[in-house]
Design a binder for this molecule. Structure first.
Ligand code: ADP
Ligand code: MG
Length: 730
């Protein structure tokens, strides 16, 4: 990349016109889920008996027999072929960040030299992708090389282009999960069981509790030609160098600002495609940083919501290209401005329609509310280190603790009213609690929950896990992460807390205690236990870091060490009790996390070294030579004393360039050496630690010198598009 090329791509980017997306004649209500084989399509395309059987499978987890599968496949094929579909694929979520697919054509030989199209129940239900080509953390070598994907009937099949997409779980031949979906489904079941049992204490008619997820997806858009001119963006998804632009987000003028026309067309196009695939898009807006945006759908049942999030991330990237953009899902594509996250709005709702985290109108409802609230805090407190490990990655570390982002300590924001309610409950004495009962059956001494709280929008933006009226919002999840990683931990921890809660209440009741009194007593115990996790103050302050450590919360800042949380006795026990992940699966996942961390930093270090040595230093040297040349010429023209005065500034620059260049070259050498040393370490954990301790910090320290050079070197020579050129879509 030369400077002339840079000017050319900047010019191209700024000249681009919006790609018009024509208005459709049909309304969203008409094209919503057009490409989804949902119940409506099932009803239309399946024989009545088969449809009824499928409903049983979807709603009650009944086993899918081969005969039904064949009949369903036949109906699907008919529907899909009507839309020009020629292929099918199992669509799954391996332990990378994306999704995986392998397309097979419907065709088979007809035995007479021709072809016919076929799609059987067997193909619908099961495929056998080779597990060894996906991250498996050693599960493959210790067990079996084969992996298989199996249809998840709870998430509907859909069509993209010419392909029938079948959402599946991905497991090893011996049954270990090699993906996110299988344990997510188990965790949803675990929390369903545990929450149903507790909900029945209040409402005996409850038969099921559903986990909801409403994700808010943040992302950046960058013009495609500028993106192509930044090898760091292409290779790593973030800029590894680049000086802050004079104007960034300090004017607060981007957040909720008018959406640029090019972007607006992109959003419109994206939403149409998403709606056609059954993703209920609701909100779109500019985010805080320039070029940063957000999309949020209406919340859905968690398994489906997560599939939809995975789908939207690939749609975003595809649709962006149609509009001459690249969509950046990295958590921190640009230093100095906000990074991107995924806010996971999480709630539990009964099959009778009670949102379990929503305050009620009656004291009984409020006791249910307090119970679920406190047990959530208990879950988050008991496993705060693990929750943090579930959202941390080599990329998300750059966002946490940064500008306007949750810090690397998990705490929960309740707001002052609710905090007071809990404090009042905790401090009400035994006698007072024991007085509740026969005479005042209705007065449960659960302090009145002010109505105001219901629409409490005074949200503390610095809190990673905030209560927002009838749900919790987990904000520390990374923008490119599979949300399942975090939801698996949250659901399972909640299931464990609720199971413990129920056991203690049952025990007291068996000893003759009144049920309500028993519930209150256990709630009070748990308020005491989980108090350290409640924090309503400024999560970005240094005092909080010290205070959190004093409270015994996990304050680890090194990602590879955070991953250790996956293998602590309390984690292993919790996942075993809930049946969500086995120790072998946890070991595999931890190793994959360590390995992925190492590889990401390794790739960054490689491309960074290349950029420094082959792009930056040569240009700095060239500019320095021009300056030296000029100094010589000035000396030739002016008397010595005058020349010295005239040259003073250039000499300063020449020296400064030398100093920066020397720092950069010397430290790139150290970077290469640090990598070499780390690469020789056989143990994955130690290797990741070495990358964290010895490689990653060098990227940061060298970068400041590169960014200084960017300010010094003639703009005419600078090879990489600058922040001010990349960040302001016209
Ligand atoms: P904000 O950015 O102010 O938090 P948004 O409107 O962007 O608000 O996002 C709110 C998200 O919360 C949406 O995805 C919405 O569907 C989701 N949500 C609302 N109620 C619930 C609920 N009970 N359970 C889960 N998610 C919910
Ligand atoms: Mg939100």
């Amino acid at each position: 990349m030369s400077a002339t090329l840079r000017f050319k791509v900047v010019e191209q980017a700024f000249a681009k016109k919006p790609v018009e997306v024509p208005n459709r004649k049909d309304r969203p209500g008409e094209f919503f889920a057009k490409y989804v084989f949902n119940r409506q399509k099932m009803f239309q395309y399946l024989p009545a008996k088969v449809y009824a059987r499928m409903v049983d499978v979807m709603d009650h987890g009944a086993q899918l027999d081969r005969e039904t599968a064949d009949a369903v496949a036949a109906g699907m094929k008919k529907w899909a072929i009507g839309m020009g579909v020629t292929h099918c694929t199992h669509w799954f979520q391996p332990l990378t960040e994306g999704t995986a697919e392998k397309h097979d054509a419907f065709v088979v030989h007809d035995g007479k030299g021709g072809m016919i199209e076929e799609f059987t129940g067997k193909e619908l239900i099961q495929q056998e992708p080779d597990a060894s080509s996906f991250p498996n953390g050693g599960i493959r070598s210790t067990f079996e090389a084969r992996g298989y994907s199996a249809w998840d009937p709870a998430s509907p099949v859909f069509v993209m282009g010419d392909t029938l997409m079948i959402p599946t779980v991905f497991v090893s031949y011996t049954g270990e999960a090699l993906d996110y979906k299988a344990p997510l489904k188990k965790s949803i079941n675990a929390v369903d069981k545990a929450a149903t049992a507790v909900a029945q204490l209040f409402y005996p008619e409850v038969a099921k509790v559903i986990s909801n997820l409403g994700w808010e997806q943040e992302y950046f858009l960058v013009d495609e030609s500028l993106y192509a001119a930044r090898p760091d963006l292409v290779m790593t998804g973030r800029t590894l160098m680049g000086h802050d632009s004079a104007k960034n987000q300090q004017m607060d003028d981007h957040y909720f600002g008018a959406i640029p026309q090019r972007v607006s067309m992109f959003m419109k196009d994206l939403e149409i495609e998403a709606l056609e695939l059954g993703i209920p898009c609701k909100t779109r807006h500019n985010e805080a940083a320039p070029n940063q945006f957000e999309l949020a759908p209406i919340f859905e049942e968690m398994n489906l919501a997560n599939d939809h999030n995975m789908l939207i991330m690939s749609l975003m990237q595809n649709v962006a290209r149609k509009h001459g953009f690249r969509c950046l899902l990295h958590e921190k594509p640009f230093a100095g401005i906000n990074g991107s996250g995924k806010h996971n709005n999480w709630s539990l709702v009964t099959d009778t329609g009670v949102l379990l985290h929503s305050p009620g109108k009656t004291p009984a409802d409020n006791l249910r509310f307090i119970t679920f609230l406190v047990e959530t805090l208990k879950a988050v407190h008991s496993h705060n280190g693990l929750l943090k490990a579930s959202i941390i990655s080599a990329t998300n570390v750059h966002r946490l603790g940064g500008n306007e982002a949750p810090p690397t300590i998990i705490s929960s924001f309740l707001g002052s009213q609710l905090s007071h309610v809990l404090a009042a409950l905790e401090n009400s004495d035994d006698n007072e609690l024991l007085n509740i009962g026969s005479k005042h059956a209705i007065n449960l001494h659960v302090p009145q929950i002010p109505d105001l709280m219901l629409d409490n929008t005074d949200r503390n933006r610095t809190s990673p896990f905030a209560f927002t009226g009838n749900r919790f919002e987990f904000r520390a999840v990374g923008s490119q992460a599979n949300s399942a990683a975090a939801m698996i931990v949250l659901n399972s921890a909640m299931a464990e807390a609720l199971t413990d809660f129920k056991m203690r209440v049952d025990k007291l009741v068996a000893q003759g205690e009144d049920k309500t009194k028993a519930i209150l007593r256990v709630v009070r115990e748990d308020i005491k236990a989980c108090k350290p996790i409640i924090f309503d103050g400024n999560g970005y302050s240094d005092e909080w870091r010290r205070e959190a450590a004093r409270r015994g919360l996990d304050v680890e800042t090194s990602a590879p060490l955070m991953f250790d949380q996956y293998l602590t006795p309390s984690t292993v026990r919790m996942f075993a009790r809930t049946g969500v992940l086995t120790k072998a699966e946890l070991e595999a996942r931890t190793e994959i996390k360590q390995e992925t961390y190492t590889k990401k930093v390794q790739i960054e270090a490689r491309i960074f070294g290349d950029l420094c040595l082959n792009h930056i230093i040569p240009v700095a040297t060239r500019y320095q030579s021009q300056l030296i040349d000029n100094v010589g010429k000035v000396q030739g023209v002016f008397p010595a004393e005058e020349a010295a005065a005239l040259n003073a500034n250039n000499i300063k620059l020449i020296r400064s360039i030398s100093e920066h260049s020397r720092f950069i070259t010397e430290n790139v050498d150290r970077l290469i050496e640090a990598r070499r040393v780390a690469n020789r370490i056989p143990d994955q954990r130690e290797k990741a630690v070495a990358y964290h301790d010895t490689v990653a910090p060098l990227l940061e320290s060298i970068r400041t010198h590169v960014d200084e050079l960017e300010l010094i070197v003639d703009d005419e020579l600078w090879p990489l598009p600058k922040y001010r050129e990349m960040l302001f879509i016209r």
